[in-house]
Design a binder for this molecule. Structure first.
Ligand code: NAD
Length: 459
């Protein structure tokens, strides 16, 4: 049994009250998690550490990020093991998606920091110098689907820019954040620079967002929670980055190369049991190739290996959408059932025959459930892709028209003939109900610093 602890000012501590971390593979208890409600101590620890951390040069902080990356790399098998244990995902997904990207997040921002150019703007009689100052203490809140991948995506640029961090992993998947905390203390990261607190979102998450000395909040999670976070933080004028839900479309145009599109769309549909905010849960296919595409998609689905969903509560939510789909007139083309064993298993499910405006096709399900729809023209496909309140991501599969169609989709990111092909320098984030702000490369640097201008008059 793992005892998860909070990391506060370099010390591991717990709370009187703890709760269970349950395995989605078989419902066994795998860890005990502190139920933190108050963050005053941890904010004080972070404030105490801040002055020295902020005084380091950016090169020195880049060295720290590299040391964290080295330590994670040396322990990558353990990171993948813990992530697979906590989330139930297959080991190869935990290794190739979660663990390797967590290392890359630190490595990427170390390299990026070394190559940051100082900005100046010359006037005929003066020069403007742009300084990027640390914000201070920042709160980082993340979800359960890609636990360390998403938390380290925030921790690395926050530390790089000279901030001290209070990180809160999801209460459903705290193991890898706890492990990261251990590695950081082993390598001697100064006490209080990275703090990790555990507990329920409405308790410790809310306490972080409400605390007046935490000056910025980077939040990744559901749209409903994002609204609460925004309502709490906005009147305090905190910097706020919100990466929220999605209901992304994969558009298969009439000139798609099906040898690429079928495996690509399948991966976008079901990787991580469909529990990635970028997953393509609506598959839109040109009528002229619909039957061919569907036959090949359903046939390749039989060989696609997925794990359970995150827990039984979430499984019940996903199953309720499959029932709703039936009520809305949908036809189950594959799956549709709970897998009868302990844990939170559901068959990968494909549903046809629904209106693209139905609730099943427009609300975020966040599981291994895909609706498939037919369209006649590219204009119709674009209209269908844009008809939800979300606007996070999407993909277009086409030999000749991909970019042109992609530009008309109201989403923060669109891939053409690929999916989840990530360059960490590019802006990442959503439009509409999928969020506010961008992370990645310069956008993360901008968020985790205060840009100030010094205008010097020439003699
Ligand atoms: P969630 O919103 O329930 O929880 C996310 C985090 O917020 C957790 O750590 C939780 O404890 C915390 N939280 C809950 N209430 C809070 C409050 N009042 N104040 C502060 N923090 C609070 O989301 P989830 O179920 O963990 O994750 C799934 C959702 O995340 C999906 O909607 C998915 O689309 C979204 N997501 C978005 C992205 C993105 O980059 N846009 C990436 C991954 C997941």
């Amino acid at each position: 049994m793992i005892q998860v602890q909070n990391l506060v000012g370099g010390k591991f501590v717990t709370t009187d009250e703890v709760f269970d971390d349950i395995s989605p593979l078989d419902n066994s208890i795998i860890a005990k998690i502190p139920r933190t409600k108050n963050v005053d101590d941890v904010v004080e620890a972070a404030i105490n550490a801040h002055s020295e951390w902020a005084l380091l040069s950016i090169e020195q902080r880049c060295e720290w990020l590299d040391r964290i990356a080295d330590s994670l790399q040396e322990n990558i098998e353990e990171v993948a093991r813990l992530e697979a244990l906590d989330t139930g995902k297959p080991h190869e997904v935990a290794m190739n998606v979660d663990a390797s990207r967590s290392v890359n997040n630190f490595r990427f921002f170390a390299d990026f920091g070394r190559n940051l150019k100082s900005e100046t703007f010359s006037m005929p009689d003066a020069t403007n110098y742009v300084m990027r100052k640390p914000i201070g203490v920042v709160g980082l809140i993340s979800p359960w689907n890609l636990p360390l991948y998403l938390l380290s995506w925030k921790i690395a640029p926050a530390l790089l820019m000279g901030n001290c961090v209070i990180a809160k992993p999801s209460e459903i998947t705290p193991l890898t954040a706890h492990f990261l905390g251990k590695l950081c203390t082993e390598i001697g990261l100064p006490d209080g620079v990275l703090n990790i607190v555990n507990g329920y979102g409405p308790e410790v998450g809310q306490a972080i967002v409400e605390h007046p000395d935490i000056k910025a909040i980077s939040f990744t999670g559901g749209t409903a929670t994002g609204k609460i976070v925004a309502a709490t933080a906005a009147p305090m004028f905190k910097k706020l980055s919100l990466e929220l839900g999605g209901k992304n479309a994969s558009l298969v145009l009439d000139d798609a190369d099906l040898d690429i599109a079928v495996p690509g769309v399948l991966r976008a549909s079901f990787l991580n049991s469909g529990q990635i905010c970028l997953c393509g849960s609506r598959v839109l296919v040109n009528a002229s190739i619909y039957d061919d595409f569907l036959n090949r998609y359903l046939s390749e689905l039989k060989n696609f290996n997925i794990g359970p969903v995150i827990n039984v509560e979430h499984r019940n939510k996903v199953m309720s959408y499959i029932e709703l789909a039936k009520e809305e007139g949908g036809e189950i083309l594959a799956g549709g059932n709970v897998i009868d064993k302990a844990g939170a298993w559901i068959e990968p499910t494909v549903i046809g025959g629904l209106s693209h405006k139905s609730r099943t096709a427009t609300e975020e399900i966040f599981g291994p459930v895909v609706t498939i729809h037919k369209f006649e023209t590219d204009e119709e496909a674009i209209e269908m892709a844009n008809c939800t309140s979300y606007g996070l991501a999407g993909s277009v599969w086409s030999k000749n028209k991909g970019r042109q169609v992609a530009e008309q989709i109201d989403s923060g990111m669109v891939w053409v003939n690929t999916w989840l092909h990530r360059d960490l320098r590019v802006p990442f984030g959503g439009v509409k109900d999928s969020g506010v702000g961008r992370e990645g490369g310069l956008w993360s640097i901008g968020f985790f610093s205060e840009a100030v201008n010094i205008c010097v008059m020439e003699d």
